[in-house]
Design a protein around this ligand. Sequence first.
Ligand code: FE2
Length: 353
Amino acid sequence: MKISPSVKVSSMYEKEGVLYVTWSDNHKGFIPLADLDLTSNEVVMLNGVEQSLKKLTKKRSSNGYSEKINASNPYFLWDSNSMESEEKSHVVFEFNHVMKDTKCLLQLIEAFEKYGVVQVRNCFGNFGACEILAKRIGMIRTTIYGDTFVITNNPEVTALESRVYTNANLPPQTDLPYYELSPEVIVFHSIEKAEFGGESFFVDGFHCASLLRQHAPKHFDVLSNVRVPFRKNFLEKGFDMISNHFVIECNPDTSAVERIHFDEGNRQSLNWDLPVENKKDFYDALRSFRDLIFDEKNRFEFMMDRGDITIFDNRRVLHGSKAFVGKRVIEGCYLDWQSVHGNYRSQMAKISK
Ligand SMILES: [Fe+2]
């Protein structure tokens, strides 16, 4: 279909919150007023044609919901002390409330975006609850591990093969950096708690990156300008996943830190096409960042009891756990922010009707 650049609005009228438009080539269209970002609720102007609107119309969502759900709700960057103080109480929710009360769901999403980690209590500790809650928040993203996955210690797996399936400690990491776009949200549900140990801990990667930028700007520059390969050769499932990323990924327009890729278990330095001198600079910078990530002063640590769910932002928050005795079972799944944001806007529109 060809559209002439000379086509203009011929006429329009408003009826029950919808603007009906007839164009000069005689084709017709309509625009829900809620979709227009009106600065005035009384007049709309299209191609110089003015239409008075009879009644006030609520917009579908407030201004500022673009990349973040609420631009006036900045990230709260935390360390151990600041999270353990009063902030901790802002990140705890009840499963039943989140499932039944839309306002509570919206509060959870807002807190999640602000802090990068939220806890949901009383989720029953049965397989399937993780998926139910995840679908309340957004849409599950399938990965090479399936729609949902189980993390438990398996005596047949050695730490050399994969630490995830042993009772060894798991150092802080972001998940799946060997994807071109790593999953952005992780949901973990504690099905069985270890007899001893196995505490979970989380690290605000944006906070660590901010410290690095402040105290070691050259190291920050290296980590945000050198791409490093990550790889997962998952032959039993028929995948060999490889992707290159900046350890600290910044927005090219604003320079704001947008994503951390840190997973020493899956960083692939073999066949890395980078001059040796640059590799030395990279490893110096990585050590500096690693020191901040491993510093216990930057950890938010707690025990996930049976029936506890933790949701965390895989773009920002690194996760790990301590070694344990006994059996520990976690069911997990992934989502992306896009579906969480979409759900947020839709639920917000429903309650503001
Ligand atoms: Fe992980």
